[in-house]
Design a protein around this ligand. Structure first.
Ligand SMILES: *Cc1c(COP(=O)(O)O)cnc(C)c1O
Length: 451
């Protein structure tokens, strides 16, 4: 392991300590004592920089008592299923340094509304966000799940039916549960793919059973289990035909895949900042049309009985404001790169397929997701390959993760050699090839035939 990665953390931390001197000093300047502290602090930074240049010294392990340094993006290749799209850009990390303080975005809040703040340009960012996903109005929310929640709470009454996929994320269920709604799942069938026809069939069966139409359809473009692409265009068409609002769940697409909600026929587009937009958690977006915006982003009407206070410019579904600091600024700072990276999605898919093709050269390896791949998240089945080794290996199911870790690869569930998920998003070709070779080398080490 290259010690320099940890030395960089150490230098950054030492600079933060220097910064702290200014946070305690008078605006008129440092006292003699503070100047001395500063001088000593600089000397400390210089020592670390010297070690950094020479690649020497001892590696730091902790941020703070018991909080370990997190170096998996610097020291390893991370193939975790849910993390790659939320890896911060350098711009987001800088924004986090500058805007990490609590309500940091509120310095120049003139109207008491997050999306109207001009400095930093939060209002402009909201306009761009809506445009980015081909919709008319957008808000930032604390995660995709809070987007589902806002829509469910605005549209549903107790007992109303919501159509979701049989591969739907649990947060869709919980958003519906909170308002007393009822879930009806569309079967994705043998291919594990949701079609417009299957959604139409489910709508018909709900209509037959209850005499009423479902109130909302929520379907993900790419599900979290297989990373399969579902026919959201077909679903959009069916939704229009029945006049049922359609929430496009873009947790695994917005910020990675080009998305145009209008073309899809979506009434709502939900994205996740920390899953797909290189932002700090919890963050996400909820975008909608001019038609639905007044319903979901309606103003508050409540009045205090004693004070008579009203909050007409606050939006109840947003509980007023949502992301008031580092989360939002990380989302904004990454946005220029995010807009560029969606244009390179085809290349990401190409790398995903390259990896899977190599992976399948190992006899017994299978891919449970649709193949060729249309996403970077894939479910693989190694029961007839690596798990056969695991059965007699002294480390059992941990042997594969141990072997991978030795090669600098992390992110798969430790102990999972059976059916598991991995994600190659954002890995450059060098890393993709290294990753592919690593699996093949492990197979060869244990005499698994490689085609
Ligand atoms: C990850 C995920 C979510 C939840 O996203 P958050 O931003 O963490 O709330 C919802 N739906 C799908 C399909 C997901 O993959």
């Amino acid at each position: 392991m290259d010690i320099r990665a940890r030395k960089i953390f150490e230098a950054l931390f030492a600079l933060e300590d220097l910064r702290e001197i200014f946070r305690q000093a008078l605006p008129t300047g440092l006292t003699k004592n503070e100047e001395e502290q500063f001088f000593n602090g600089i000397a400390h930074v210089e020592t670390i920089i010297k070690e950094l240049r020479e690649g020497k010294g001892s590696p730091i392990k902790y941020v703070e008592d018991k909080i370990e340094l997190r170096t998996r993006e610097e020291e390893y290749i991370n193939i975790n299923a849910i993390q790659p799209g939320g890896r911060l850009t350098p711009e987001a990390r800088k924004a986090l340094i500058a805007y990490g303080d609590g309500y940091s975005v509120c310095d120049k809040c003139l109207e008491g509304r997050l999306d109207k703040i001009r400095k930093p340009p939060v209002d402009e960012f909201h306009t761009e966000l809506a445009d980015f996903v081909g919709m008319e109005e957008a808000r930032v929310v604390p995660g995709a799940r809070r987007g589902f929640q806002a829509v469910a709470s605005s549209l549903l009454d107790k007992g109303d039916v919501v159509i979701v996929s049989d591969l739907a994320h649990y947060t869709e269920f919980l958003a519906v549960e909170n308002v007393g709604g009822v879930i009806k799942e569309v079967p994705s069938g043998e291919k594990n793919i949701i079609t417009g026809d299957a959604v139409a069939d489910k709508i018909e069966s709900v209509k037959d059973a209850t005499g009423k139409l479902p109130k909302l359809i929520i379907i993900e473009h790419f599900d979290y289990q297989f990373g399969n692409e579902h026919d959201v265009y077909g679903v959009g068409k069916v939704a229009k035909e029945y006049g049922i609002p359609f929430l496009y769940n873009g947790a695994y697409s917005v910020g990675m895949v080009p998305v145009n909600g209008k073309e899809i026929g979506a009434d709502f587009v939900v994205g996740s900042g920390h899953k797909g937009m290189a932002a700090v958690a919890p963050s996400g977006i909820l975008a909608t049309t001019e038609e639905w915006a007044p319903k979901v982003f309606r103003p508050s009407h409540i009045v205090g009985d004693v004070t008579g206070r009203e909050f007409e410019h606050k939006e109840p579904e947003m509980l007023g404001c949502t992301l008031m600091g580092g989360t939002l600024l990380s989302l904004m700072a990454s946005f220029p790169k995010v807009k560029e990276r969606v244009k390179r999605w085809e290349e990401e898919v190409k790398k995903s397929n390259y990896f899977i093709r190599e992976f399948l050269r190992i006899e017994g390896n299978k891919v449970s997701s649709e193949y060729p791949r249309k996403h970077t998240l894939s479910k693989v089945d190694t029961r007839d390959s690596f798990d056969r080794i695991a059965r007699t290996h002294k480390k059992r199911g941990f042997f594969l993760s141990d072997e991978l870790k030795r090669k600098g690869i992390v992110g798969e569930f430790a102990g999972s050699t059976r059916v598991w998920e991995l994600n190659t998003y954002g890995l450059n070709w060098n890393r993709i090839k290294y990753l592919s070779d690593a699996f093949i080398e492990i197979a060869e080490k244990y005499d698994l035939p490689v085609r």
